[in-house]
Ligand binder design. Structure first.
Ligand code: FES
Length: 334
């Protein structure tokens, strides 16, 4: 990862991309801010929930009018608190209905399918940390800040919200008291240069929140002595592709031996689905990692916002919704 660059996520050591379909039961459901519900999940009888790392998220299969949507939610809190998981779900009025279905249909005692747990937003090593959590962007930041506090390094925690009723109160996680906490409640955009003018050299500024805020932080971070790392809920406009244009390429699937052609005007995911290749997908924007597949052969033109530089360099996986072959063919572990 480059200094002062935004580590794009939606979301890994052995846990990274672990595929673990299983059921979780809703133990508690509680409103914690306007339009935000907190759900505590536990394993059905006789089972245990998988362990997780700070920054991880889970993928839930949500039934919306008979259609299964895959939705991603950061695990909130301390992974050491074994036995239960906590997620926070904000009602998104302009979404396809996943959050509304959860708000309206998921109650205590209900069981929901968890398709997988993944982490593309691990804590980076740094001499000090500044965490910036805006609105529901708080969710991945809590576990990262708790992990940073355990290192004994200085931790500053800035929470941004448009109004008091939209603040998720941090006293739910008492260990966060070890951080220098600042709350900024304002409907006006905050001055980021002023807010971050005292960030020491080498510090990691770690943020999650609306795209506009993350874009502004990415821009600001270009000339700073600190590094910037963020998780996005939506893809930015600029797609980080290597070639800048699409060209057709051939695909071979190792397990079935199927050979396919991906024309310039279609994504690899579209072609796989058109040919009835079973593959999950969700965001179609390169931010959730649901459509990730293993790559056996061929160079990849990575265009996602999930993989970091090391993961890209390994060249052993790709997000089929946005990434393409760099050359004329690619071989997938499908
Ligand atoms: S990264 Fe979300 S569907 Fe491809």
């Amino acid at each position: 990862m480059q200094s002062s660059s935004c580590r794009e996520v939606w979301w890994m050591p052995p846990l990274s991309r672990a595929s673990v379909p299983f059921s979780a039961r809703v133990l508690k459901r509680a409103p914690v801010a306007t339009d935000v519900l907190l759900f505590e999940l536990g394993a059905p009888e006789g089972k245990t929930l998988p362990s997780w790392e700070p920054g991880a998220h889970i993928e839930l299969a949500v039934d919306v009018g008979g259609e299964t949507l895959l939705r991603h939610y950061s695990l909130v809190g301390d992974p050491v608190k074994a036995g239960t998981w906590t997620i926070a779900v904000q009602l998104e009025p302009f979404s396809r209905g996943g959050s509304r279905a959860i708000h309206e249909q998921l109650h205590e005692g209900d069981v929901i399918e968890v398709r997988r747990i993944a982490n593309h937003f691990p804590l980076v090593d740094a001499p000090s940390y500044v965490f910036l959590a805006a609105g529901i962007g708080l969710t991945p930041i809590v576990s990262l800040a708790l992990a940073a506090l355990k290192t004994g390094k200085p931790v500053r925690f800035i929470q941004l919200a448009r109004s008091e009723d939209r603040l998720i109160h941090l006293d739910r996680w008492p260990a966060l008291e070890g951080a220098a906490i600042e709350r900024v409640v304002s409907t006006e955009p905050v001055s980021l240069p002023r807010l971050l003018e005292s960030v020491p050299p080498g510090a990691a500024v770690v943020a999650c929140g609306p795209a506009g805020l993350l874009d502004a932080l990415t821009e600001l971070s270009r000339d700073q002595p600190w590094t910037f790392h963020c998780e996005r809920f939506a893809a930015p406009d600029a797609r980080p592709g290597a070639t800048g244009e699409n060209h057709p390429f051939k695909v071979r699937l190792t397990r079935s031996g199927t050979k396919l052609e991906v024309p310039a005007e279609k994504s690899l995911l579209e072609v796989l689905l058109e040919n009835d290749v079973p593959i999950d997908f969700s965001c179609r924007e390169g931010i959730c990692s649901t459509c990730e597949v293993g790559v056996v052969e061929g160079e990849i033109d990575h265009r996602d916002f999930v993989l970091d530089e090391d993961e890209r360099a390994r060249g052993d996986c790709m997000m089929t919704c946005v990434s393409r072959a760099f050359g004329r063919h690619i071989v997938l572990n499908l």
